[in-house]
Structures are given as structure tokens and as C-alpha cells.
Design a protein around this ligand. Sequence first.
Ligand code: CA
Length: 310
Amino acid sequence: MNASLRRLWRQFVLVLCCLAAAGAAHAQSGYTQTRYPIVLVHGLFGFDSLLGVDYFYGVPDALRQGGAKVYVAQVSAANSTEVRGEQLLAQVKTILALTGASKVNLIGHSHGGPTIRYVAGVAPQLVASATSVAGVNRGSRVADIVRGVAPAGSVSEAVANAAATALVGMINLLSGGTGLPQMPTAALDSLTTAGAAKFNQSFPQGLPSGCGSGPELVNGVRYYSWTGTRTATNLLDPTDAFLVPLGWVFGEANDGLVSACSSRLGTHLGDYSQNHLDEVNQMVGLRDWFSADPVALYRQHANRLQKAGL
Ligand code: CA
């Protein structure tokens, strides 16, 4: 090796070492290093990753870089809360076996809110915390209207079901096909106000009586929630065009699919200038750039869990 090649090689090694040290320093910062693994749970028509794009866009990596162990659950894109909950419970048990941890921190978005509440309700000994981000905890007026337009047994229900099944099929195909059972009408029933009220009779843990905070600690599980309360947040994001008109049906603060009051669970951590997709930093980071960074909220929450010994 001649002198100039040796010099180049030394510079290359030096750059690699610097990069490795910077990466290690970032990971060792420990800001998001929770005691128990964090499990992220998607909502209706959700997925773990679609064509390589995370549902919780940029969130798993940001949490891992600060030291957290992060798992992204994959449950049925459209099914009842109970069916999704049983799938999640099985995945939680697998994660505990893999990591040797005794509990997990669950964070669920949208229908993921009731889904994690199911697991925290039936297996509280396996759950350190349950955090609902825009959880459909008291149902959604949008689901009520869709159910009203397509009452059980009608032709319009069949059409709505076919369209929803096609959408779910596409998501499964693009995300690698999970083979999980899909039943869009069961999902819809779970997400109506009446369906949520029925579920809440069996799983009241953490729910407030009004629109404020509920009890934070129930059966050893800490409950938290936050949500968005805006619909139009970024002119460049085409999904705003769907969420803005959906938001009109509420007549109260909402994010386009879930009202602020429906989202409440345990300690209420805040209402943000985010719509239902901004809450998971979609699409691909297009959100209100003059308000709280959605990814930063997940990082701050991991740090909150760490400080609580979770
Ligand atoms: Ca957005």
C-alpha cells in the first residue's frame, strides 16, 4: 500500500470511528430508554409498515436511538376490538419471551387505543403502561354516520363492506400479507358510540367520567393519553382533504376522526395542532410545522415512562 493510499485508509477508518462514536453517544443518551419494551399498536386500516413506510412514521427509530426497545405490533387492519386485542395479547407474550422482560409499555393510535385497553384489562400483570393517542375510547361520530348510512343487513352495508375489504386486502398485499382475519363491519361496530359504550362496560379502566383526565393507576397499570384537535394542518398533505370534511360532523373539538373527549384516558397529556394522521407523523412527516413535532411527543413520553420507573 503506497503512502497516499495509507493516508486515505487512515482517514476512512477515522471517519468510521467518528460515525460509530456519534451513533453510540446518541444511543447511550438514554433519553428514551425505558425499563420495559415499548409496543406500538396501529389503528383501523393500519399496518406495521407499508412498502417500507412505518405506520408510526419515524417513531420506532427515534425511540430506539434514545435507547428504547421498540416493537411494532401487527393486528388485523379491520376487526373488532376483542379480536385485535387477543392478537395483541399473543404478540405481547412473544415479546416478553424474546426479551425476558416482565411487562411492556403499550402505545396505541386510534383503534389501537381500545386494543391496548383490552390487553391491559385482561392481563394487567403484563402491562406497565397503556397510552392512547387519539384513541377511539368512546367511539367516533364518523363510525356512527357510516353505520347509519349502512345499517346492518342492507345493500349499502354490503357495498361498504366490499370496499373496505378491498382496501384491507390491498394493505395486506403491500405490507407483506399477514393472513390475519379481517372483518370491516366488526371494526365499524366496535368504533361506533354504542359499540364503544358496550366495550367500556367490561373495560372501564382509566376512563374519565367527563372530558378531563381519568385515574392514572388502575390494577398496577399506568394510563395516559394525548390527541390532536385540528384537521387542516398542512397544505401539501393530500389526506387533509379527507379529514377536514369529516371533522365537520363532530360539532366539538376533533382530529377528523376522533373527538377530543373520546380520546381521553388516564392522565390527559395534551391537545395538539394535529389531525388524525399527524398524530402518527403522516403522511411522511407532513404536519403543522409550527406546532409540536409528533415524533418528539413519543420521545418525551418514553422519557416520562422512564422517570416513572417503567
Ligand atoms: Ca398530515
